[in-house]
Design a protein around this ligand. Structure first.
Ligand SMILES: NC(=O)c1ccc[n+]([C@@H]2O[C@H](COP(=O)([O-])OP(=O)(O)OC[C@H]3O[C@@H](n4cnc5c(N)ncnc54)[C@H](O)[C@@H]3O)[C@@H](O)[C@H]2O)c1
Length: 360
């Protein structure tokens, strides 16, 4: 088997960039690591923690390093596009966090650049690498459910997580930034068809009172070209002491020959601690009760990181190093997902169904 050495640039040294950099540093094919952040002190701190050879406040400087042959973009949602185009133009394959961009014009710019340069762009829809969903995909691929005719997915999270995301980018609403995972998941499970109509309703309250003009709760019905119907729901407005530490979800898939019910609320893994557990976004406000394993990226245990972002990062690095197939979303799939989330917001704002493709 041919094995390729990797030099990885990680753009964005925040929560997820920190995880990806540590996972890359420990991967056997990775020989070189470079880290950048708009805040150079963060880049330096993460470089020291991971043993990276180079760090900078300038993303282009790490992407251009001759030792670097692949790029991870983990900057905040509104900052992906510029680094994406820089990496694409020098022909270095990219793993970028979701959403690929915050509007369709930027997503199209990325796709055009990638197709022109022949550079691979994969998007970190890490639900695909949560084992229960990988195994669900396998059942569908084996034909055990027959033809998929419908489904549902609902996700809950805490209001502090919504406000943390909205503070760094007001366009990264719960629908565009978080329900997006379940749009991607459903599109992936229903591979071969595409959403043609979206209808949505929502209500504002807690998040609006906190200064963000976005819905507390949104429900949508998607109709696919083959007639399949999917119901999606999100509430990123739960009180901060609710025990979920990230996504608490439930997913159902209905076929002509069977049904799958994927309980992802984590209510079966309960811990109460008098000592308290640090809150992800409010570290100085520990909580007593948690649903273990409900953290979206995964969890630390016994010195290593386990869960969707670990599986996904290793799968992408293995793909580059030894050519193993990986199921990360492509740029075109991520663009289709972005379009659905924008259509949900549009339908909810106008009260009318929205037909895809969206104009402009
Ligand atoms: N797959 C998952 O489980 C998962 C979970 C959370 C977040 N995410 C995604 O990961 C990305 C980062 O989220 P996070 O929670 O790590 O955010 P974060 O705020 O912790 O980190 C973002 C970092 O990007 C830096 N940054 C901002 N603009 C930059 C620029 N132009 N160039 C370089 N660095 C810049 C910030 O200084 C910060 O250090 C987002 O796209 C988010 O949607 C994915």
């Amino acid at each position: 088997m041919e094995r390729k050495d990797l030099g990885i640039a990680v753009v964005g040294a925040g929560r997820i960039g920190g995880l990806r950099a540590r996972l890359a540093a420990e991967h056997p094919a990775v020989r070189y690591l470079a880290i950048s952040d708009a805040d150079p002190a963060r880049a330096r701190a993460l470089a020291e923690k991971t043993g990276a050879q180079f760090h900078s406040g300038d993303n282009a400087a790490i992407i251009a390093r001759p030792e670097v042959n692949a790029v991870i973009i983990s900057s905040s949602e509104g900052a992906h596009v510029e680094s994406l185009v820089q990496a694409i133009e020098v022909g270095k394959p990219v793993l970028v966090e979701k959403p690929i961009a915050l509007n369709l014009a930027d997503a199209d710019r990325v796709i055009r650049a990638a197709e022109r340069a022949g550079t691979s762009v994969r998007v970190g829809y890490s639900r695909r690498y949560k084992e229960r969903y990988l195994i669900a995909k396998e059942q569908i691929a084996q034909g055990r459910l027959g033809r998929i005719v419908g489904g549902a997915a609902r996700v809950f999270n805490l209001r502090s997580q919504a406000t943390a995301i909205l503070e760094r980018n007001p366009h990264a609403t719960p629908v565009v930034d978080a329900l997006t995972y379940y749009v991607d998941l459903m599109n992936w499970l229903l591979e071969g068809t595409a959403v043609k109509e979206v209808f949505a309703r929502g209500q504002k309250g807690v998040l609006r009172d906190a200064g963000f003009d976005t819905e507390d709760v949104s429900y949508a019905i998607l109709t696919y070209a083959d007639g399949a119907v999917v119901n999606l729901g999100i509430a990123y407005s739960l009180p901060d002491k609710y025990p979920a530490r990230g996504h608490a979800a439930r997913v159902e898939v209905l076929g002509t020959g069977g049904v799958m019910i994927l309980d992802d609320d984590h209510t079966d893994k309960l811990m109460y601690s008098e000592k308290g557990v640090p809150h992800v976004y409010l570290p100085d406000q520990p909580v007593n009760m948690v649903f273990l394993q409900s953290g979206t990226p995964g969890d630390w245990a016994l010195g290593d990181f386990w869960g969707p972002v670990a599986n996904e990062t290793r799968a992408w690095l293995d793909h580059l190093a030894v050519g193993k197939p990986c199921v990360l979303a492509t740029a075109r799939e991520a663009r289709a997902t972005l379009e659905v989330t924008l259509a949900i917001e549009h339908s909810s704002a106008t009260g009318k169904p929205v037909t895809l493709p969206l104009a402009g």
